[in-house]
Design a protein around this ligand. Sequence first.
Ligand code: SF4
Ligand code: SF4
Length: 138
Amino acid sequence: MGAEVTEKEKETAVVLCNGGKSAVNAFDYHGPESCKSAMLLMGGQKACTYGCLGFADCVSVCPFDAMEMGENGIPLIDTEKCVACGKCVEECPRNIITLWPDTGSDRVLLQPGQGAASPGRHAQLPASAAANVKRCAR
Ligand code: SF4
Ligand code: SF4
């Protein structure tokens, strides 16, 4: 009797923030355009201490060209190109990128309009995960 071979479920990176440009700044930041650098100054320029800082550190480390910044300042993931290598997860100083099963069909759109503006690029969260995301108060 041979060992049963199971195919690993495809995962994709997901950014757990919907703030972006609509999330207000607590102060003007004039330092290097880097999320890590911004974090060193009072935890970042955003009034929200959880959300995306928007300087695209994650985008710049993706070896598969699977990320780009969306129009509202949140990184978009190309789920076709993402191989779930985890480099963006490691890079994000806010710890808001996670790998999630790419179930495709049960996704909810976090960035209205972004999907249509950038075909093939997604900033979507599986419906099963959406219930666990705190709604931004700002
Ligand atoms: S860095 Fe890796 S996990 Fe993140 S989007 Fe690119 S391919 Fe996917
Ligand atoms: S590294 Fe994190 S905080 Fe910076 S742009 Fe990417 S998701 Fe946002």
